[in-house]
Design a protein around this ligand. Structure first.
Ligand SMILES: [Zn+2]
Ligand SMILES: [Zn+2]
Length: 416
């Protein structure tokens, strides 16, 4: 045998055994988002590298180490999208969607790419569910998004979840906080890791993201951003919390929740599940009021969240629904032709049918049907064709009958 080609490191096949969970998750997302007035949008998998450099900010880790960037045959620098928001912002500006009457509420489900060291549970191609709302300034929408996320996770059956919320301020109030934070963090220079020392200069907020215990310990004594919010940000945050209370949601204010990406303003939030261990966030998001403007679009605010599909899938238990499939067994060529005609009709009646074209003994075909978990076996032989009636066996209890197409349909219609 020739040497087979393998999948690229950090990528993974999603096989038919797992796909039911993926389809269920995608179906629930679509259902819930559309209930809240969102519409699906699909953007290309790759974009000009510049778009993501602009979108994530030059100090972000995503840009520094993780972008999947390559030069195409035309010498252009392209990047496989590492996150979704910059693409949707570009699409809104380019298609001038803000001039249309429809609300700017979008959802998206698809693959993302990061050129990271593939470690346990982290892939170079992974999947995200994203939602984005634009042109809604009111903190009520921030709360509605959190409520929608909570509703979705409950529908999916994700257990032990906790809602964390924070505000990261704005352009006006963040600089004074950063100044104080930088001073305080400088005093802890001897304990911070090299990565955090670099962040100390570029963006000290990101020290809070460090997973190293010594850095986390030091960060516990750092000042809280919520003590430095300007009047506007402070009011936005307290009203946001008020709406969450009105929804009856339980949440925790987590001042160290600053999110990994640099474009956030005001609200940030995360939903975590204890069942995930150390990397416990299932969903995270926040507000990015300056982004559209920075991309050369109108001054429209935005807010959204992203959810890691692989993480959610790992929390869902596979509920194998019994397959309601009919296996058509045939004996001889004439029976095969008749079988093809019958399954064609049954499929049009909404019944999943499998007809395999290899000639095999009846015993062989019955054991095959059994192995596949078929609900029924339809038996078509020479005799059956002559009489115009066919044998059907219900696999759950072994009950058999004979009948024409109408009789078979009636038999199948019976509860299993
Ligand atoms: Zn502010
Ligand atoms: Zn660190």
């Amino acid at each position: 045998m020739k040497k087979a080609v393998s999948a690229i490191k950090g990528t993974k096949d999603i096989l038919p055994q797992e796909i039911r969970l993926w389809q269920r998750l995608e179906g629930e997302c679509k259902h819930v988002f559309e209930l809240y007035g969102y519409r699906e949008i699909r953007t290309p998998v790759f974009e000009a590298t510049e778009l993501f450099e602009k979108g994530t900010g030059i100090t972000s880790d995503v840009v520094i180490k993780e972008m999947y960037t390559f030069t195409d045959k035309g010498g252009r620098s392209l990047t496989l999208r590492p996150e979704y928001t910059p693409s949707v912002v570009r699409a809104i500006i380019e298609n001038r969607l803000y001039l249309q009457p429809e609300p700017l509420r979008f959802y998206f489900i698809g693959p993302m790419f990061r050129y990271d060291k593939p470690q346990k549970g982290r892939f170079r191609q992974f999947h995200q569910v994203d939602i984005e709302v634009f042109d809604e300034k009111e903190p009520a929408v921030d709360a509605e998004i959190v409520e929608m996320a909570d509703f979705l996770l409950k529908r999916l059956g994700v257990k032990d979840i906790k809602i964390l919320v924070n505000s990261v301020g704005c352009r006006k109030c963040r600089p004074s906080y950063l100044k104080v934070l930088r001073e305080k963090a400088s005093g802890a220079k001897d304990v911070l890791c090299p990565d955090c020392l670099r962040k100390l200069e570029s963006n000290p907020l990101r020290i809070f993201d460090c997973k190293i215990e010594a850095c986390r310990e030091a960060a516990r004594s750092f000042p809280k951003i919520t003590d430095f919010l300007c009047a506007e940000c402070g009011e936005h945050f307290s009203r946001f919390c008020g709406y969450l209370d009105a929804f009856g949601l339980t949440y925790t204010i987590e001042p160290k929740l600053v999110r990994g990406l640099d474009y956030y303003t005001k609200t940030t939030f995360e939903i975590v599940s204890r069942r995930l261990g150390a990397q416990d966030a299932v969903l995270g998001g926040g507000r990015y009021d300056d982004m559209m403007k920075e991309f050369g679009g109108p001054d429209i605010c935005g807010i959204g969240f992203a959810m890691g599909v692989e993480r959610i899938i790992s929390l869902l238990s596979a509920v194998e629904e019994p397959r309601k499939m009919l296996f058509a067994a045939f004996l001889g060529q004439a029976a095969l032709s008749k079988g093809m005609e019958l399954v064609r009709e049954l499929r049009r009646q909404g019944i999943e049918c499998l007809l395999e074209y290899k000639e095999r003994s009846l015993k062989n075909q019955l054991s095959r049907a059994n192995k596949l978990g078929a609900a029924w076996v339809l038996i078509i032989g020479e005799n059956e064709i002559k009489k115009g009636v066919y044998g059907i066996k219900r696999m759950s209890d072994g009950v058999q009958m004979e009948g024409d197409l109408k009789g078979i349909l009636a038999f199948i219609g019976q509860p299993l």
